[in-house]
Design a protein around this ligand. Structure first.
Ligand code: AHG
Ligand code: MN
Ligand code: MN
Length: 281
């Protein structure tokens, strides 16, 4: 696993450089979800593919920017599902973006996720790893090495609310739920990038990030393999919870690697309220 973490660090340094200095325009291409790919999305995917390719413990890659799985070493142990550049359109407005990695065995189901890693490219570059050792944060230093900063644990209850999705398409029950958090004094913190939004909640002790099913996208927008399962794993290891409204996210399995699901990540208290609201709908 350490070899994979080291490869992610090498990729992160190159991606950080690409975000800061390379072409920011759109390509002519669309990814499997139908998003028009930025040249940066494709470039970051290529950086990761190139760095992962020689690692013999990796059997296969599945990328948000690739149509299907990409085989590497047939005797490898791990499958890696990744989003090379999450929130890529935010790079244009100079907000934080990220990369997300799920390290699986056998298949891309939540129960087979063994470790998760994400990188935040912001004023600082930070890496968070979640595995059987808990959740740890590292920061990129001026000598291009990542040094350990702190362990991350969530409190029982937080103060931040990051409600995703187009509000006019929320169900009345979901709107009532989100309003109830604000009525209790929760503060809005939403940049439109799940990596910095979820990172902020983790570092500030807790709260709720949601991306529900809506009338226009009944299964939400966020993809299980590359985005949802890795963060569900991080939140659980940090002492929080992650559900789709009623079920634990890590009990789900995608039929196709690009499948999406409604998702809620938070500390225990907030997730309890979500579960109650969705159960009684
Ligand atoms: P990506 O840039 O990889 O397509 O994903 C962006 C995601 C996620 O970071 C964010 O929370 C969500 O899209 C925002 O969606 P809206 O555009 O619907 O707000
Ligand atoms: Mn994404
Ligand atoms: Mn992406």
């Amino acid at each position: 696993m350490q070899e994979i973490y080291n490869a992610i660090q090498t990729a992160a340094i190159k991606i950080d450089y690409a975000i800061k200095h390379e072409d920011k325009g759109y390509s002519e291409l669309q990814n499997a979800t139908g998003d028009t790919q930025l040249k940066l999305d494709i470039q970051c995917d290529e950086i990761i593919e190139e760095i992962f390719s020689p690692i013999s413990s990796i059997k296969e890659l599945a990328s948000e920017e690739k149509e299907g799985p990409y085989p590497l070493h047939k005797n490898g142990k791990y499958l890696i599902g990744y989003d090379p550049l999450d929130g890529s359109s935010l790079a244009d407005v100079n907000l934080s973006v990220g990369s997300i990695f799920g390290i699986y065995e056998n298949d891309y189901s939540g129960k087979n996720l063994k470790a998760a890693v994400y990188i935040v490219y912001g004023p600082r570059v930070e890496m968070v790893t979640a595995d059987s050792d808990g959740v740890k944060m590292f920061r990129l230093e001026s000598d291009n090495t990542f040094t350990f900063v702190q362990e991350i644990t969530l409190k029982e209850k937080g103060k931040l609310n990051a409600p995703g999705g187009t509000q006019k398409n929320w169900s009345p029950m979901h709107k009532k739920l989100i309003d109830s958090f604000f009525a209790q004094g929760y503060r809005l913190r939403y940049s439109g990038g799940m990596v910095p939004d979820l990172h902020q909640i983790l570092l500030k002790g807790g709260g709720l990030f949601s991306y529900p099913g809506t009338t226009d996208v009944p299964n939400g927008k966020l993809r299980m393999t590359f985005e949802v399962f890795p963060f569900a794993f991080v939140y659980e290891k940090a002492g929080g919870e992650a559900i789709d409204g009623t079920k634990r996210l890590l009990d789900l399995s995608p039929k196709h690697i690009h499948d999406t699901t409604p998702c809620f990540f938070g500390s225990k208290e907030e997730i309890k309220k979500v579960r109650n609201a969705y159960a009684n709908d």
